[in-house]
Design a protein around this ligand. Structure first.
Ligand code: AMP
Ligand code: ZN
Length: 113
């Protein structure tokens, strides 16, 4: 998508701190961290959110999460982590390209929202 900031980051047209990349996804540092470690998992394919996806996109996302599970220690998440994916206005979704927030690197708040 031409006007999508995450598509531009994936293409390299906008700079980011890229910690991991493969054919399915990139993992970057969030520019405005809300935890000691705050990363974004971005599937390379553009689609809007966590619930509007095809079977193939769901399979790709499952593969991404499986790969994430193998690298959490390396990402500084050995104590645990929280995955968040905002959908829509009430959840304050600001970028309409599916992204999974990965939060950790220290004790997180026990309440969400
Ligand atoms: P959301 O509000 O769930 O749509 O999350 C969007 C996230 O993208 C926010 O946490 C932003 O800080 C993050 N973000 C926006 N622009 C950039 C950027 N250029 N590089 C890294 N993260 C970004
Ligand atoms: Zn996009």
């Amino acid at each position: 998508m031409d006007d999508c900031i995450f598509c531009k980051i994936i293409k390299g047209d906008i700079p980011s701190t890229r910690l991991y990349e493969d054919d399915d996804m990139v993992i970057i540092k969030d520019i405005s961290p809300q935890a000691p470690v705050h990363l974004l998992l971005l599937p390379k394919e553009h689609y809007a959110n966590i619930i509007e996806m095809s079977e193939a996109q769901a399979a790709t996302l499952a593969r991404c999460l499986k790969k994430l599970s193998a690298m959490t220690d390396k990402l500084g998440l050995s104590g645990g982590f929280r995955l968040v994916s905002n959908k829509g206005k009430d959840a304050c979704q600001s970028v309409e390209h599916l992204h999974i927030h990965i939060l950790g690197g220290g004790q997180l708040a026990d309440r969400m929202g």
